[in-house]
Design a protein around this ligand. Structure first.
Ligand SMILES: CC(C)(COP(=O)(O)OP(=O)(O)OC[C@H]1O[C@@H](n2cnc3c(N)ncnc32)[C@H](O)[C@@H]1OP(=O)(O)O)[C@@H](O)C(=O)NCCC(=O)NCCS
Length: 144
């Protein structure tokens, strides 16, 4: 598979949303996944948004970010037709390398408990599971 991995560009937006829908990722089209929000996020230096492309078509994404202490792996998605070929592994490793360039030495991912492929993937990549941690959020509005 001839894959190019490159930075996300705004012209990828529609295809990326389509991909995230095909991958059943939770979407907030009026909130943090809106075109305006993604464009705003891209201007932040701590956001590293990579896409994988085959024959000009985006088939994978990873959006890494960091808070200065820890790197976060988000929005990892591979088109169902291209799974099982090591693409997610490649995307995660490249995202980690980009975070390392920013001085990060610890990486983390939040995974829903029934998402077995992702759990297996992160275990395979050496991530340690923390059953003792509970995840809390607070939103300024439900669409965010
Ligand atoms: C999870 C996902 C990104 C994996 O993509 P992928 O390109 O198929 O994964 P890879 O081929 O790189 O797999 C790497 C390793 O992950 C594990 N893995 C991946 N998919 C798996 C599955 N369905 N079942 C069990 N293990 C799996 C394997 O250990 C695999 O290594 P191996 O092939 O040497 O056994 C893909 O299934 C996906 O897009 N899922 C929907 C979106 C999602 O849930 N994203 C994660 C949010 S945190």
């Amino acid at each position: 598979m001839d894959v190019i991995i490159r930075r996300f560009r705004m012209e990828d937006y529609d295809r990326v949303i389509e991909l995230w829908q095909a991958c059943d990722l939770p979407l907030k089209p009026k909130g943090r996944d809106s075109r305006e929000e993604i464009s705003r996020q891209l201007r932040r230096p701590e956001i590293i948004f990579l896409v994988a492309e085959v024959g000009g078509r985006v088939i994978g994404t990873v959006l890494a970010s960091h808070d200065g202490r820890k790197g976060w792996i988000n929005r990892l998605a591979v088109d169902p037709g291209y799974r099982g070929q090591g693409l997610a592994r490649k995307l995660v490793r490249l995202a980690e390398q980009e975070l390392e360039k920013e001085g990060l030495q610890m990486f983390a991912a939040l995974i829903e408990e029934d998402n077995l492929p992702s759990i297996k993937l992160f275990e395979k990549l050496g991530y340690v599971y923390h059953p003792e941690i509970k995840y809390f959020t607070r939103k300024s509005s439900p669409d965010i």
